[in-house]
Design a protein around this ligand. Sequence first.
Ligand SMILES: Cc1cc2nc3c(=O)[nH]c(=O)nc-3n(C[C@H](O)[C@H](O)[C@H](O)COP(=O)(O)OP(=O)(O)OC[C@H]3O[C@@H](n4cnc5c(N)ncnc54)[C@H](O)[C@@H]3O)c2cc1C
Ligand code: SF4
Length: 510
Amino acid sequence: MSLTPRAAGRHITFEAFGQPAVELDVDFVVVGSGAGGAAAAVILARAGHSVAIVEAGPWRAPVDYPHSTYGTMRDLFDAWGGLVTQSRALWPVVQASCVGGTTVINSAIVVRTPGDCFERWEREYGITARGLDKRVWDHQDRLEHELSAEIVPPDARGHSNTLAMDGAEALGWDSHYMVRYARACEGTGQCLQGCRKGRKQSTNVNYVPEVLERGGYVISCAPVDRVAFADGRAAGVAGNFRDPVTRRSGSRFRVRATKGVLLAASVTQTPLLLARSGIKSKALGTLFRAHPGTGIFGVYDHPVDQNVGATQGWASTAFRVDPGLKLETLAIPPEMVAGRLPGGGAELVRRFREYRNIAMWVAAVRAESAGTIKPGFFGNPVVRYQLDEPDMHRFRSGLAMVARMHFAAGAKEIIPCIHGLPYKLGPDEVDQIEEGPLDPRNYIAILSHLFGGCPMSADPRQGVVDGNGKVHGVEALYVVDASAIPTTIGVNPQHTIMALASVWAENLVS
Ligand SMILES: Cc1cc2nc3c(=O)[nH]c(=O)nc-3n(C[C@H](O)[C@H](O)[C@H](O)COP(=O)(O)OP(=O)(O)OC[C@H]3O[C@@H](n4cnc5c(N)ncnc54)[C@H](O)[C@@H]3O)c2cc1C
Ligand code: SF4
């Protein structure tokens, strides 16, 4: 996109302790530069307003992205990926902390918001904003165009994705090669580590630079501590810079915003930021939800080389409503494969010899279970969440479906990675998964699609924000990230988060 900058913008980053405070005056300040924050900021900037994006993490160029999982945890993940659910099972809750947020480490899968989500939000949360569905879909048209949403090109599919298509076809299941925000994906299988090829359209390579080009500011390495208020309305944000390597505190920054403060610090951070800022709401930290997912390895008698090809390239949404699942391929780095294989020492090395012949496919549950996200003793997020029994049944049946698909695609065995089951199962043993444990501790699952914590509802007793993302009872304060979404949606959420944030930002400038 060609731009005529209104004025040169400025990227301000870490300032050491003892340096003068950074002070800025703008129309709008946006906290967080991921899916929601960047989408909202660019709408405000295009409307001619001065905008500052304040981001807790550093700005890393694609050429500096790490190669390894360790490097990703160190440089891109929030808190080294150390956040886990504190309930029966300790399942990781994964998010990024860098300019671009979780869009830097995600697979950029694009799925439009299903119509039944809007109906449910209206029915259960009183969200009656007229034409919200059409406005979201219109923005999704625009986003798909601007962020080059493309079907994974044939050259970049790799064997894992084409095998999954074969398996689904053999079973007669409706499925597709994915549409992703990736321009001419080269199939390097490195989406989790950040796309060094610059193909994936994470927000650090498009909307955040556009805000700068339009004369805005980006303040990185700058975790916002609090929202500031004046005359009963939100008036800005403040905090101390954080060194991206040592994590030591730096000098102070303050951004004053005359027209509005938009929070998009993610499901795990926005509720905490509101709590630190003195927002009192019974709904704060409630309705934490997710699409927990886990995978099964298929073992083939020929090399699959799952890391050659798009990280994720095939999916089925045919089971979204019944039983409430999404099936996908997912190539994870070799060290993560090793981490999922049971055993150690020589046994693990022997098992790992099959690495080239295995493919991982996953099931993610459109779970109904709800938990909480609250500040812990040191102010860090504490997630209390576990799947209830109906969700565990869905979870288990999803894995059995993945296992059946592997066999339909020609796998000779599967590695279920389920505690209590044999290391490998054959084609006649899938019933062991169907009747497998219902205790979440037996599964190695992960939460990457998160919702809630600042849920929207027309009723202030049920929700933190209203149908425009505005915090109930507070002027000029908005939440424009996944934390405002009160339900799971059963499809990958980035497209919905970006479009909702766009609608809400547009309301502020029209
Ligand atoms: C591994 C993985 C793969 C995924 N794949 C897909 C996919 O393919 N398709 C899809 O639709 N979804 C995917 N998702 C989910 C999707 O990326 C997220 O739902 C989405 O990015 C959430 O958007 P957000 O704006 O709520 O938060 P984020 O994108 O996480 O952005 C929040 C930002 O706020 C910053 N922040 C936090 N606290 C503060 C603070 N106090 N001050 C300043 N800044 C702060 C963070 O550092 C972060 O940059 C994936 C997620 C993961 C983890
Ligand atoms: S598979 Fe590789 S080239 Fe394609 S978007 Fe992901 S990291 Fe980029």
